[in-house]
Design a protein around this ligand. Structure first.
Ligand SMILES: [Mg+2]
Length: 270
């Protein structure tokens, strides 16, 4: 079978988290064994998330609660990718961050100055801001309207973030509010853009054909994998149904009921 051969060649597994390795607060039964098996077979896995409201330290704690041990190098977040992008294209710029303190810390730890002094600001960063205030919306509106050429970056394009009761507005929704004011759209960093998978490959020295993006959303996870040239694996354990898959123009390389099938394939090789 083709899938057996190709999974065998994968060295870097980039996992989406919610809907792929767990659902809400419920870890899937196979997840720990899958991660251990990848490690034992000499592969590397990483957790890839668009959520820029939490720091890597927050995620390490969250995964520990679910029963997964992880460390800093196991993550590729849209906050890290944004820091990388800014360093490459806008090094030393002074930032206004409409985001959480965690996001500001991530950017500061990469050498950037973050300020609320609008006269000093040279670039705007929008994140998933669970600490959003009207003052921040006011400040970004003012910057976008009075400084027409100011670089404007968003960590992720998601409109909503799932919660236990449904969802709350995410970065993309706030950017839409600001579009109504300014008619400006930010440059977006997270999934479905290819930067996170590309960054992960570069960081650990893996080629596209050795890298798989595994996730439950076609329009973010799978699209970012396709754009990055990686192998893409859609799992039906989260958001995507067969009907959604059939009507999507973006098609993953493989469709699995869940990531447990990857575990079964890896075990078969022994
Ligand atoms: Mg997901």
């Amino acid at each position: 079978m083709i899938i057996l051969t190709q999974i065998k060649d994968i060295k870097l597994f980039l996992f989406d988290m919610d809907g792929t390795l767990y659902l809400g607060d419920r870890l899937f039964d196979f997840t720990c064994e899958l991660l251990d098996t990848i490690k034992l077979s000499g592969g590397k896995y990483m957790f890839m998330t668009n959520n820029s409201s939490k720091s890597v330290a927050d995620y390490i704690k969250k995964l520990a609660k679910l029963g997964i041990n992880s460390d800093y190098d196991d993550f590729i977040t849209s906050s890290q990718a944004t820091a990388y992008y800014l360093k490459k294209h806008y090094d030393n710029k002074i930032l206004y961050v409409c985001g959480t303190e965690s996001l500001k810390d991530e950017l500061r730890s990469n050498g950037f100055i973050v300020t609320d002094d609008l006269d000093k600001v040279e670039l705007i960063v929008m994140g998933f801001d669970t600490e959003l205030t009207f003052k921040k919306l006011h400040d970004v509106s003012k910057l976008l309207l009075t400084r027409r050429d100011i670089p404007y970056i968003a960590t992720n394009p998601d409109y909503v973030c799932p919660t236990e009761f449904g969802s709350v507005p995410d970065c993309g929704s706030v950017c839409d509010m600001l579009f109504n004011v300014s008619k400006k759209r930010p440059v977006v960093i997270g999934k479905p853009e290819p930067l996170m998978p590309l960054l992960a490959m570069e960081r650990f020295g893996f080629k596209k054909e050795e890298t798989a993006v595994i996730g439950d959303r076609i329009y973010t996870d799978i699209k970012s994998g396709i754009s990055a040239g990686a192998v893409t694996i859609l799992v039906l354990s989260g958001e995507t149904t067969k009907e959604i898959l059939d009507s999507s123009k973006d098609k993953p390389d493989y469709v699995l009921e869940s990531a447990e099938e990857i575990l079964n394939i890896l075990k078969k090789q022994d």
